[in-house]
Design a protein around this ligand. Structure first.
Ligand SMILES: *[C@@H]1O[C@H](CO)[C@@H](O)[C@H](O)[C@H]1NC(C)=O
Ligand SMILES: *[C@@H]1O[C@H](CO)[C@@H](O)[C@H](O)[C@H]1NC(C)=O
Ligand SMILES: *[C@@H]1O[C@H](CO)[C@@H](O)[C@H](O)[C@H]1NC(C)=O
Length: 766
């Protein structure tokens, strides 16, 4: 071997060793940043039960460091709250009691400056567990105030002060059995208990939210990057732009308490699935294709349908993954339409499938059910989806000039066949909790347990007016991964305690500081419900991207158990956006316009003022709310309540219906004329979106004009609403005019022809 060669070998060795050293250093650095602050388990021979061993006293008793003050007194708390523009809850700032536990022993600045996201998660769940070894998110939690012995005890113990408070408030001394005083006592007790109940809700929601963020969606690249940057930027805010070594000099290192070190996660670290979702069976649903083929796991549509336009799963799920939802999330794939039905919805669903064929739908459809649906129903739906459909209604002739050349399927010369699947959810819920998912809650389950990554969730009586793929192209959806629609802008008020109560149950500033969970912002607080009216959302059609909002969907389902929230809203209507908001996910989009009334304008001559003149306002009466596309302010996206004029027609006694009042004046006043009209497809020529006053107040006036944009009428079992293009007018005795204008839409000939055709297909007209 020559000298040169030895030199070369030496140099190679040097390079080799330095590379190894570098590698080791980076491993150590990585180890340091990720694991240093997960405590080593304390295996010392001390015992917390040995009364002579004072090793395990609280740190505040043994340590020279003062126990920290309330975390809100930390100078960095205020600094960060301002930096993040957090508006603190105007009502009592309830936060999870786990934070109290943590900051009893740790200094906020020290925690924030030292711990990364993973370590914060570990700290949170370690303390949750230490606080109560048996904690579990119980779906049966009773959130009502109980009036029993504890109530009697409370009253007996506090009678003097309650009596005094009553006297001060009412200016009179009560007798013990005075009805008003009894009410007062109960009220005082309820107020006291309400605080405890609210605290319980806040604790529960926080545990669910953080578990999902920490251990279910923690593999999501976007989230990883966001929380990574958040922690990094936060450190900079606290220590300034200084170097790492300076950082360590100025900030105390983080130290676990002795108790925290005693807790051993063991093998199943971070798998608390059974404590967080005890209502699940941890089975996936059973997927049945229209052919009868069964899948006991999530079907991969790209492979099964050999359809390259179907997006593949985002990640391959690891089968050894401990976490149920993490695995499930990573198996979901594709795009499709989702509805949950029972046998009673079979007829509507057949009509809907016909309509989807007329709309040229190419997306697979999943029909989810919880209780069984009969074979007859499956047969009817499969027939609707698969039989040749080439006998088109008369109205097709007019519509066809507006439809593309390849509109009809080649082989059958008819409407395209639909790829439908029946999804049995019966086994996904633990049998103890199946009763909790009756009725509308089925729809919540369907939101979670359909297997699409991107889906349009509809009701059986929803009638789309655009090809379903179009909904995924809406800008609002593309930007946020969700698209919601507003309800009719009615003025029905809700209890004035609702908005502050709903707000009080939300996450708070400390959730933001620790976990980058956003508290409610104006986006949520400006929704109608928070402004004190009944309804915000019309949930007959929602579009969601599961990858972007996975944990928000879990929150939506969970709200089904939380009576103080669920009890304040009607059915599932508001739970979608509320679920997002309570998950700290305000990236949800609402169509800009409120629901419109869809049909034909009332002829002005049919509703003259008492003096014979015409109203300024235009009117449109219809049982169907509809939704106008915010992108062009004109096109109709979908309507609700099926496609017959009156979806309650089966239940109506027409001998009484035709004499209800003076609306529908264009109809001949006979039961038969009403019957025929009610069963026929809705004729769509116009739409009115009434104005909604920003103060949600009636616009009273002296001009015989409507004071609010929507008025319910008795027709069609109270489902008919009349909408007004303007509200308000001149006052009786002054020139003051409080008129507000809404929006009217006149559909084109082309649109009208298509609506007529779609309506005939839905109803099944020849
Ligand atoms: C935490 O420690 C910092 C000094 O590092 C101090 O300024 C702050 O007041 C302490 N916070 C609390 C809540 O005690
Ligand atoms: C807070 O508000 C200020 C001023 O409105 C704005 O410049 C800043 O970007 C906001 N910060 C955050 C984190 O939203
Ligand atoms: C939120 O809305 C309120 C009025 O409702 C307003 O005073 C406040 O400035 C808004 N906050 C932000 C951050 O836009």
């Amino acid at each position: 071997m020559g000298r040169m060669n030895i030199m070369k070998t030496k140099r190679k060795l040097v390079i080799y060793y330095s590379a190894t050293a570098l590698w080791l250093v980076s491993i150590l650095y990585w180890y340091y940043t990720y694991f240093k602050a997960i405590p080593e388990i304390d295996t010392s021979p001390h015992s917390i039960y040995d009364i002579y061993d004072n090793h395990y006293q609280l740190p505040s008793e043994t340590s020279t460091v003062e126990a920290p003050a309330n975390f809100k007194q930390d100078p960095n708390y205020q600094m960060l709250v301002e930096e993040y523009n957090i508006t603190e809850k105007p009502v009592d700032d309830y936060h999870s009691s786990v934070y109290e536990e943590i900051f009893k022993n740790h200094n906020l600045t020290t925690v924030l400056a030292n711990l990364n996201f993973k370590q914060r998660c570990d700290l949170y769940f370690r303390n949750l567990f230490l606080k109560n070894n048996n904690w579990i998110l119980h779906p049966d939690r009773n959130y009502d105030v109980q009036f029993g012995k504890p109530y009697e005890d409370f009253i007996n113990a506090n009678l003097g002060s309650i009596r005094e408070a009553y006297g001060n408030e009412k200016g009179t001394q009560p007798a013990d059995d005075d009805g008003d005083f009894v009410k007062y006592k109960k009220q005082k007790y309820r107020e006291l208990k309400q605080g405890e109940i609210d605290q319980m809700v806040v604790d529960d929601l926080d545990a669910l939210r953080l578990y999902n963020k920490c251990y279910v969606t923690d593999d999501d690249p976007d989230q990883k990057q966001r929380v990574g940057n958040f922690v990094k930027e936060q450190r900079k805010l606290i220590v300034g732009e200084e170097t790492k070594s300076q950082l360590l000099k100025n900030i105390e290192p983080f130290e676990y308490t002795k108790f925290e070190k005693l807790f051993n996660h063991g093998q199943s670290a971070h798998n608390y699935d059974h404590r967080i979702y005890p209502w699940l069976s941890f089975e996936t649903p059973v997927f049945e294709r229209w052919t009868g083929q069964l899948y006991n796991s999530i079907p991969n549509y790209r492979e099964i349908l050999k359809d390259k336009s179907q997006p593949p799963p985002i990640k391959t799920a690891k089968s050894e993954e401990l976490n149920f939802f993490k695995k499930f999330k990573n198996q979901c794939n594709g795009k499709g339409i989702v509805l949950s039905i029972g046998d009673q919805h079979a007829v509507y669903t057949v009509n809907l499938i016909h309509l989807l064929r007329a709309l040229g739908n190419k997306l697979p459809i999943q029909i989810l059910y919880h209780d069984d649906i009969s074979e007859d129903t499956k047969r009817a739906l499969t027939t609707a989806a698969r039989e040749d459909f080439s006998d088109l209604p008369e109205s097709y002739r007019k519509a066809s000039m507006y439809l593309p050349n390849d509109y009809l399927e080649k082989e059958s010369n008819g409407l395209p066949k639909q790829e439908i699947w029946f999804v049995n959810m019966a086994s996904v819920v633990h049998e103890n909790y199946r009763d909790k998912f009756r009725g509308f809650a089925n729809k919540l389950l369907a939101t979670l347990f359909n297997s699409f990554n991107e889906f349009i969730l509809i009701d059986a009586d929803t009638a789309m007016m655009q090809n379903p793929e179009y909904f995924f192209q809406l800008k609002g959806y593309q930007e946020t991964g969700s698209f919601f629609f507003r309800d009719r802008g009615t003025l029905g008020k809700r209890s004035k305690n609702d908005p502050p109560h709903l707000h009080r149950l939300a996450q708070t500033s400390i959730d933001k500081l620790m976990f980058n969970v956003d508290p409610f912002s104006n986006h949520t607080l400006h929704q109608n419900v928070f402004q004190g009216v009944q309804h915000s959302m019309e949930s007959g059609l929602v579009v969601i991207n599961r990858q972007l909002h996975f944990s928000s969907i879990i929150m939506i389902v969970y709200l089904n158990f939380v009576a103080p929230i669920k009890g304040k809203v009607y059915g599932d209507k508001e739970l979608f956006w509320l679920g997002f908001a309570y998950n700290g996910d305000e990236n949800y989009h609402f169509n800009q316009y409120g629901a419109a009334s869809i049909g034909r304008l009332t002829r002005p001559g049919d509703r003259k003022r008492p003096d014979g003149t015409y109203h300024h306002s235009k009117e449109l009466c219809s049982p169907h709310p509809g939704h106008i596309n915010e992108e062009d302010g004109h096109s109709l996206l979908w309507i609700n309540s099926g496609f017959r004029f009156c979806h309650q027609s089966d239940k109506i006694n027409f001998d009484e219906e035709y004499v209800i009042g003076d609306k529908l004046a264009f109809l001949e006043k006979t039961p038969d004329a009403y019957r025929k009209f009610y069963f026929s497809p809705l004729i769509i020529r116009d739409a009115i979106i009434p104005p909604l006053a920003s103060d949600y107040k009636h616009r009273l006036n002296g001009a015989d004009e409507p004071s609010s944009g929507w008025m319910m009428d008795k027709y069609c079992k109270n489902y008919m609403w009349c909408a007004y293009l303007s509200v308000g007018g001149k006052a009786k005795n002054s020139d003051e005019d409080n008129t507000l204008e809404g929006k009217v839409i006149k559909f084109t000939q082309e649109e009208a022809a298509l609506f007529d055709y779609y309506g005939d297909v839905w109803v099944g007209e020849e």
